[in-house]
Design a binder for this molecule. Structure first.
Ligand code: KIV
Ligand code: ZN
Length: 537
């Protein structure tokens, strides 16, 4: 358990992976996945988890309530719920977070000319809405955060007025968002300096925490966030892997490792246990089905890889030659050989517990079976392998309308790639269909499509190996969108066979799509007669 301590040099890490991050196209999470990620964020040591936007839907509310109860403990993080500056949103946000030991309501109102115009209000009405919203939030919850949305394109004078009203009504944190990723680091620093110095009741010594929330449209989110720290900002709003709307949010790992690696420069600290970064990054990647670019700072596959001879030679002689931080500080290379094919269920359960996963009863049996299969195929089973197995189990869970039972594929240069796929639906009806395609994955996906009539477009497909070596587990992430457009849905699958992993990832994405847009006319398509292969109950 991370011990969170605070002084004037502590930067509060406010993680919004589960709220702003979940707004990324295709990043929808089930409530079980949200809870797992929240638990891991707590182990990572974040100070505040923005668990969701409770007014968005009853499911969002339930997920926030569960996180508040189960993760928002006395020694855990604060749990925040987002609310527009609207009475019903604020009341629902409170319903979401009230069971946390440290609840927070985060309310916001657009303050830039275009946002005021969108709301059809003028500046004076904007201030009035802020007054009402913060007053109501404060009557429910001690810890209230206010954000003037699109602050990056709001004139400073009006920002000062908006922040002053929020402070007067009881806000304890003032979060300044660059909602559209528009500002430049030096101008952002100037704006923040002016706000901190000139907002009545919110200067240094007032107890008000100033915060920034930056988007990455020009690739400057981390730079802008760090620029704020030099002017007195002491809370940063970030997401794991930088996921978020459009080009994403400021990435937690970049800001935290900037503060830790350049300690002498910033003279600041955080409560983050950086050795948990890689694990958290993989979990978010897997659950959201959002691959991380290989050259992504800190968590990309190549972030610590040295390719050129000169670099390799230098690093072997002295790691500092080309490394400003060690891979171990972010939790890489710590994967130990944990278990082998002779290990029993108890050993697996204990190791999983050490990694932060509780498996009991049938769930334990299921993961044990998969572990045994993997241990038979692979000499060494590492922590990274176990994490991939767990992620795969979780990815298949959310509302399984259809599940993969069996698959047989033939491919190569001597014939047409062919896949035979057996799926089972929620009523335990099995369908078996064979299809040909341009390759084994294409053939398998076509066979699945013939059973599940859910027309879609494959927007992204990526394969990744969990560890090195020919016997490594393969992880596949896919994103699909309905044929007639709209939002995208991600899926993840892991298996020693990448075709099986590919089909599992596709099924996970399809199940999510069906859960979201409804079954509609999505039915197992026909029977043996229609498809000419076979089908059985
Ligand atoms: O980007 C933004 O302005 C937001 C607010 C709700 C803080 O996400
Ligand atoms: Zn945002």
């Amino acid at each position: 358990m991370v011990e969170r301590t605070y002084d004037e040099n502590t930067v509060i890490i406010f993680d919004t992976t589960l709220r702003d991050g979940e707004q990324s196209p295709g990043a929808t999470l089930s409530s079980a996945e949200k809870l797992e990620i929240a638990r891991q964020l707590s182990r990572l040591g974040v100070d505040v988890i923005e668990a969701g936007f409770p007014a968005a839907s009853p499911d969002d509310l339930k997920a926030v309530q569960r996180i508040a109860k189960e993760v928002g403990t006395e020694d855990g993080p604060s749990i925040a719920g987002l609310a527009r500056a609207v009475e019903s949103d604020i009341l629902t946000a409170w319903e979401g977070v009230k069971d946390a030991a440290k609840p927070r309501i985060h309310t916001f109102l657009g303050t830039s000319p275009s946002h005021l115009a969108m709301l059809r209000i003028d500046k004076a009405e904007g201030l009035e809405r802020i007054r009402k919203a913060v007053t109501l939030a404060k009557s429910l919850c001690d810890d209230v955060e206010f954000s003037p949305m699109d602050a990056g394109r709001t004139d400073t004078e009006y920002l000062i007025q908006a922040c002053a009203v929020a402070v007067e009504c009881g806000a304890t944190t003032l979060n300044i968002p660059d909602t559209v990723g528009y500002v430049m680091p030096s101008e952002w620093a100037e704006t923040l300096e002016m706000l901190i110095n000139e907002t009545p009741g919110a200067g240094s010594g007032s107890g008000i925490i100033w915060s920034v929330h930056c988007h990455n449209d020009l690739g400057l989110a981390t730079a802008n966030t760090l620029a704020g720290l030099q002017k007195g900002v002491r809370q940063v709003e970030v997401t794991i892997n930088g996921v978020g709307e459009r080009a994403g949010n400021t990435s937690l790992e970049e800001v935290v490792m900037g503060i830790h690696t350049r300690k002498q420069y910033y003279d600041l600290r955080t409560n983050i246990d950086s050795t948990q970064i890689m694990k958290t990054s993989r979990m978010v990647r897997n659950y959201m089905g959002m691959p991380v670019q290989p050259n992504k700072a800190i968590v990309g596959d190549n972030a610590f890889a040295h390719e050129s001879g000169i670099h390799q030679d230098g690093v072997l002689k002295n790691a500092e030659t080309f490394e400003i931080m060690t891979p171990e500080t972010v939790g890489l290379n710590q994967s130990r050989l944990v278990l082998g094919k002779h290990s029993g269920r108890h050993a697996l359960r204990v190791r999983l517990q050490e990694l932060g996963y509780d498996f009991e009863g049938d769930d334990l049996m299921e993961i044990f079976k998969r572990f045994k299969k993997l241990a038979d195929a692979k000499k060494t089973v590492t922590d990274a392998d176990l994490e991939a197995l767990v992620a795969d189990e979780e990815a298949q869970k959310p509302q399984e309308f259809f599940r993969l039972v069996d698959i047989q594929v033939s491919s190569g240069t001597m014939g047409m790639p062919t896949a035979t796929v057996k799926l089972v639906n929620q009523d335990s009806e099995e369908s078996v269909i064979a299809a040909v395609g341009t390759g084994p994955v294409d053939a398998s996906y076509r066979a699945v499509d013939m059973i599940i009539n859910a027309p879609n477009v494959l927007v992204e497909y990526s394969v990744h190996s969990v560890t090195e070596g020919i016997d490594a587990l393969g992880e596949v992430t896919v994103r699909i969108s309905p044929e007639n457009g709209g939002r995208t849905f991600g899926g993840y699958g892991a298996d020693g066979d990448i075709i099986v992993a590919s089909v599992k990832a596709y099924m996970a994405a399809l199940n999510r799509m069906i859960a979201s847009i409804g079954l509609g006319d999505v039915q197992p398509e026909g029977d043996a007669a229609t498809v000419g292969i076979s089908s059985s109950n």
